[in-house]
Design a protein around this ligand. Sequence first.
Ligand SMILES: O=C(O)CCC(=O)C(=O)O
Length: 284
Amino acid sequence: MTLQTSTTTVNIAGSYERDGFFLPYDVLSHGEAAELRADFEAAEQELAGRPEDLAILRSSPDRVLPSFDKLVRHPRLIEGVSEILGPDLLVWNGGTFIKEANSTHIVSWHQDLTYWGLSDAEEVTAWVALSPSTPASGCMKFIAGSHKHSVVEHVDTFDANNLLSRGQEIAVDVDEDDATDVLLSPGQASLHHGHLFHASGPNTTGERRIGVAIRYIKPSLKQKDGQKTLARLASGTDNFGHFRLADAPNGRLSEVDLARCRDDAKLRREVLFKGVEDQKGQRY
Ligand SMILES: O=C(O)CCC(=O)C(=O)O
């Protein structure tokens, strides 16, 4: 994949520290983003009659498609995220957020780290656009500086229209007028902090909106509750062993990888749905 050069990493750490995010960050060319999207959508077609595996593809494409494994380890992403977290990086998850054309699905105001059961906040999300991210398509909105709060109270709504696992929503008022729209072209990314207040609205366009939310963590973090989940070493070394290290995918949609993801998804659900185990997530 060719590297883009229009954004330097020089100002990433400063903006991130001040605002809790950095954008836009050039990662892939339009052509590369289109290729990745085509590979993903072909895989969706292949799994069309297998809902459980289709859900795995959408929530963990990096574990079942070599092209997405390559994306999460892309030198440009590693370079940008390392400015914030340092050279040793694990990918804790690399799932997609999809809003179909003319979809009412939204994401309520939330902070990512609320329910992930991680021991620390040294986590960065790189959200890579595979389609235009605009207010009309339901782009994310960020509240600059809100990452300086630790986790605030959230209420679970389990609203079927909400793409979050528990439909969780920040219980304090958020002034939408203060929000920054995350405007991205295909192949660009935003980087955001796990305590940042963020949300996204419906997709009012006739095109699908697709983003890949890659959650990078430092290997020193631990899963506080439950068993060790899988994480992929994306850069540097893991001197801690707090996660089970995932290998590269065995191939495209291999049965072995799909089975591993099914097992890992069970462990993750125990963490994400702690206290409300009988509920089902809405996203996939
Ligand atoms: O894709 C979206 O609309 C929301 C994504 C999000 O909340 C996240 O990546 O943390």
